[in-house]
Design a protein around this ligand. Structure first.
Ligand code: GLY
Ligand code: MN
Ligand code: MN
Length: 439
C-alpha cells in the first residue's frame, strides 16, 4: 500500500471536520472549490504557467490541471470534476490514480462548460472558493470567496496534518539534492545560469514547478533580496554564493537558503559561520506559545551583536536597533509560514475570525505575528547584507555608528542569508532542512 494512503485518509478526515464546523457556523450547504483557469498573456495565444488554487490542492494533489472543480458537502463523498479535454495540441492529463482517488467521486468533464450540470441545481446556499468569480455568478453561487469562510480556512491551514508534513519532508529532500548540486557547481566556478541548471537537473523540477523563482546570486548580487537575473558568465573573481531555492511535492513547498564563501579564512567566511550559529541558536529557543514577533526581535539583538563583533558597526545593541542600523543590514522578516504556498497565508491572524495583528511599525517587512503552536511550519531565515541604499538613508547618528572600512571590505561579497524550514511540535522543534544533513 502507498505509505501516503493512511496519512491522506486522516488528512481528509481533518479537512472534512473543519469544513463541517465552518458550514454549520455559516449556515451553508457546501463548498465549491475551483482549481483555476489558465491566464492568457496579453495579445498572445499562450498562457502563463498555471498555478492551482491552494484551497483546491489542499484537498487533492492535482497541481497542473485547470478547470477542475471540487464539491464538498457534509456527510457525502466529495466530488471531483476532473478536466480531460479531447485535445491533440496538448498533453491530456491521465485519469487520476493513486492513494487519494478512492475517497472521491470522480467525474470526467471534457469541456469546462460541462461542470455546471454536474453540480447541485440550486447553489444559493453554497460558497464558491476560487479565482473565476464571473463563472461563480453564472453558476448562481450564493457566496463567492466570502471573507468569514476565507478567514476560517486560512487560519486553520497553519496547522498541518501528518500528511502535509510528510509532503513537506519530501519537498525538503528534493530541494536539498538541488542545493548540494548547486554548491558543487559554485565551487566548480560555474555561472549563475549554469548553477541554476545544475539545481533544476538535480531536483528534476522545471522552473515553473519549483515553488518560486530561484535566487542564484554570486558576489554583490547576493545583496539583492529577490535577485533572479542569472548571469550567463561567471565573474572572474568568485567570492560568495547565495542560493535561495526550494522544491514542490504534491502541491507543498520547501524554501531553503544557504550562503557560501569561495575561500575560507576571510571575515566574510567567518561571518557566514557566525550567522549559521545564530540561526541554529534562535531555532533552539522556539517553543509553542511564543509569538513569532518575539523571535524576529530577538534576531535583531543577535544581528546587533554580529555587527559589533565583526566590526561593521559600534554601539550598544539597543542603540543599533533603535537607530535602525540592524534593520538596514537585516531589512526583511525572520521568516514566514510555509505550506501550500511558499509564503503561506494567515501570518497575521490571531483567531479564526481573522483578527489581524500587524507587524511592529519598525519592522514592516515581517510577514508573521502568529503565536506558535504545534503543527505550524515556518521558515527561519536571518540575513545580513550590505545594501547601500539602506545605509545611506540612515540618520546621522546611525551613520556615526557604522565602520565604513569594514563595510567596504564586505560589500563585494553582497550578503548572507541562511534559511531552514521548521515544524513546531508539542515537545520539540523539527528542522526539515538540517535533518537531511544540509550543513
Ligand atoms: N524565497 C523567498 C523567501 O525566502 O521568503
Ligand atoms: Mn527563501
Ligand atoms: Mn522564505
Amino acid at each position: 500500500m502507498d505509505r501516503f494512503a493512511p496519512l491522506y485518509q486522516d488528512h481528509l478526515a481533518t479537512l472534512t471536520r473543519r469544513t463541517e464546523t465552518l458550514l454549520d457556523r455559516e449556515g451553508l450547504q457546501g463548498l465549491v472549490i475551483h482549481a483555476g483557469v489558465p491566464q492568457r498573456i496579453f495579445l498572445d495565444d499562450m498562457d502563463y504557467p498555471f498555478k492551482a488554487n491552494p484551497h483546491f490542492k489542499h484537498w487533492v494533489p492535482v497541481t497542473d490541471n485547470p478547470h477542475c472543480v471540487l464539491l464538498i458537502r457534509p456527510s457525502e463523498r466529495p466530488t471531483l470534476l476532473f478536466y480531460r479535454p479531447v485535445d491533440f495540441w496538448h498533453k491530456v492529463p491521465p485519469l487520476p490514480q493513486g492513494f487519494w482517488t478512492d475517497a472521491f467521486d470522480i467525474k470526467v468533464i471534457e469541456k469546462p462548460e460541462q461542470a455546471r450540470a454536474l453540480l447541485p441545481d440550486n447553489l444559493s446556499a453554497y460558497a464558491f472558493i476560487g479565482e473565476p468569480t464571473e463563472l461563480a455568478s453564472q453558476w448562481g453561487m450564493g457566496e463567492v470567496n466570502p471573507q468569514p469562510v476565507m478567514d476560517y480556512l486560512h487560519y486553520h491551514r497553519a496547522y498541518k496534518t501528518d500528511y502535509e508534513l510528510a509532503c513537506m519532508r519530501i519537498a525538503s529532500e528534493i530541494a536539498v539534492c538541488g542545493h548540494e548540486a548547486a554548491r558543487d557547481a559554485f565551487f566548480g566556478q560555474k555561472s549563475e545560469f549554469d548553477i541554476q541548471l545544475a539545481y533544476l537537473s538535480a531536483t528534476a523540477q522545471g522552473e515553473n514547478e519549483v515553488p518560486y523563482g530561484n535566487i542564484v546570486a554570486l558576489n554583490e548580487n547576493s545583496a539583492i533580496l529577490h535577485y533572479t537575473a542569472l548571469e550567463r558568465v561567471a565573474p572572474k573573481q568568485l567570492r560568495s554564493f547565495l542560493l535561495d531555492a526550494g522544491a514542490s511535492f504534491h502541491g507543498y513547498a520547501s524554501d531553503i537558503t544557504r550562503t557560501y564563501a569561495f575561500e575560507s579564512g576571510s571575515r566574510f567566511a567567518e561571518l557566514v559561520a557566525a550567522m549559521n550559529e545564530q540561526q541554529l541558536a534562535i531555532i533552539d529557543t522556539i517553543r509553542p506559545g511564543m509569538a513569532y514577533t518575539e523571535l524576529h526581535l530577538d534576531m535583531h539583538r543577535r544581528v546587533a551583536e554580529l555587527l559589533s563583533r565583526f566590526g561593521l558597526a559600534r554601539g550598544s545593541a539597543e542603540a543599533l536597533i533603535a537607530d535602525g542600523v540592524t534593520a538596514a543590514f537585516f531589512p526583511h522578516g525572520l521568516g514566514h509560514q510555509i505550506g501550500l504556498q511558499v509564503h503561506d497565508v494567515g501570518g497575521f491572524m490571531q483567531d479564526e475570525q481573522g483578527a489581524h495583528m500587524a507587524a511592529p511599525e519598525a519592522h514592516p517587512a515581517l510577514r508573521c505575528t502568529r503565536i506558535l503552536e504545534p503543527g505550524m511550519v515556518l521558515t527561519i531565515e536571518p540575513g545580513l547584507y550590505v545594501i547601500d541604499s539602506l545605509l545611506s538613508g540612515l540618520s546621522d547618528s546611525a551613520k556615526g555608528m557604522l565602520n565604513t572600512s569594514v563595510i567596504d571590505e564586505l560589500r563585494p561579497y553582497g550578503g548572507i542569508r541562511i534559511e531552514d524550514d521548521v515544524v513546531v511540535h508539542g515537545d520539540r522543534i523539527e528542522n526539515l532542512t538540517r535533518d537531511l544533513g544540509l550543513a
